[in-house]
Design a protein around this ligand. Structure first.
Ligand code: UDP
Ligand code: MG
Length: 316
């Protein structure tokens, strides 16, 4: 098997047929053996039925049906775990990532790279708020992590079997796959593309899912927020110490002591705020730590047409 295409699916009934047609057209012209792995991440619409119809007509179509919605990153992970191709492409189902780029990714990889990711030159049909927060997030992430996670890049990419094997050795629960792939290393490069609008349906990435992904990315690859909490603790204590000296001076030397309600409120609120932020940051790390200690499987498969012998243990 030359190529596995991994497609996470969450309520994509409007896109599955067009996606299948476009992928098949592109891959036929590439002339390599391939499999399409649809990972149904707990869709509530007709997605699974449509995928099963495809499997009846085309033996290259595989599906993995989750017992519930586990999230996009976990869906991709399951696809990687069960893939067999020497190279693996990760692509969104909504046609925002053009299948027509796959041959270029494939050929670029064979110039001697283990990873070729697709970088967004522009994004269409997305709200200004989403574009702005995404831009900001990628830049903050690059500046506070010590590995170089490429900016403006999603999971649309091709990776080699070597990289897939390395990913399988990373058992963390809070997946941030693009970060993991950067961490793995090897020779990596990119191609640029213009990100299209969603073909049909609506985004499955709610704001809360996006915030969780962003926090998984930051906590998984950086301790900078914890250091920030420590430093702000020192800074605030420093300020408090100066204020204490000033208060004592006013009280005992100048004898010009005024009961100060405003300054009291300001310092209490400020200190309270700083403490809550610090505790919250610790909590973000702690909750991920406890998720990893529990060692639950990453996902539960309810049904698949991939032979069970290929099914790797979800977590080891
Ligand atoms: N997706 C998924 N599980 C989820 C949310 C999304 O598998 O909980 C899939 C979705 O079907 C699509 C891909 O992940 O193939 C990207 O999602 P989406 O297009 O909704 O995200 P956006 O492009 O808006 O960031
Ligand atoms: Mg999308």
């Amino acid at each position: 098997m030359n190529l596995s295409i991994i497609i996470p699916i969450y309520n994509e009934e409007d896109n599955i047929q067009i996606l299948y047609d476009r992928l098949n057209g592109v891959l036929a012209s590439l002339g390599r053996s391939y499999e399409l792995i649809f990972v149904n991440d707990g869709s509530r619409d007709q997605s699974l039925r449509l995928i099963k119809v495809l499997t009846e007509r085309d033996t290259r179509v595989r599906y993995i049906d989750f017992s519930r919605n586990f999230g996009h990153q976990i869906a991709v992970t399951a696809g990687l775990d069960l893939s067999q191709g020497e190279a693996v492409v990760i692509i969104d189902a909504d046609l925002q990532d053009p299948p027509e780029l796959i041959p270029q990714l494939y050929h670029k990889m064979h110039e001697g790279y283990e990873v070729v990711y697709a970088r967004r030159r522009s994004r269409q049909g997305e709200s200004a708020a989403k574009k702005f927060t995404a831009k900001l997030f990628y830049r903050i992430l690059t500046s506070i992590t010590n590995i170089s996670i490429p900016v403006d890049t999603g999971d649309f990419r091709i990776v080699s079997r070597k990289v897939v094997d390395a990913l399988k050795q990373m058992p963390e629960q809070n997946k941030f796959i693009r970060g993991q792939i950067s961490w793995i290393g090897y020779r990596q490069t990119y191609l640029e593309y213009d990100r299209a609008e969603r073909a049909g349906g609506a985004t499955g990435y709610t704001y809360s899912k996006m915030i969780r992904l962003a926090l998984d990315g930051i906590t998984g690859f950086s301790d900078a927020p914890l250091k920030f909490a420590t430093i702000s603790g020192f800074v605030v204590s420093g300020i408090a110490f100066v204020v204490v000296l000033y208060t004592l001076y006013e009280r005992f030397i100048v004898h010009d002591y005024q009961p100060g309600w405003a300054s009291l409120m300001v310092s209490i609120l400020f200190l309270g705020g700083v403490q809550l932020i610090a505790v919250g940051l610790i909590g973000e790390y702690l909750s991920r730590l406890s998720a990893n200690v529990r060692q639950r499987p990453l996902y539960i498969i309810s049904d698949t047409n991939i032979p069970v012998t290929n099914v790797a243990p979800a977590a080891s």
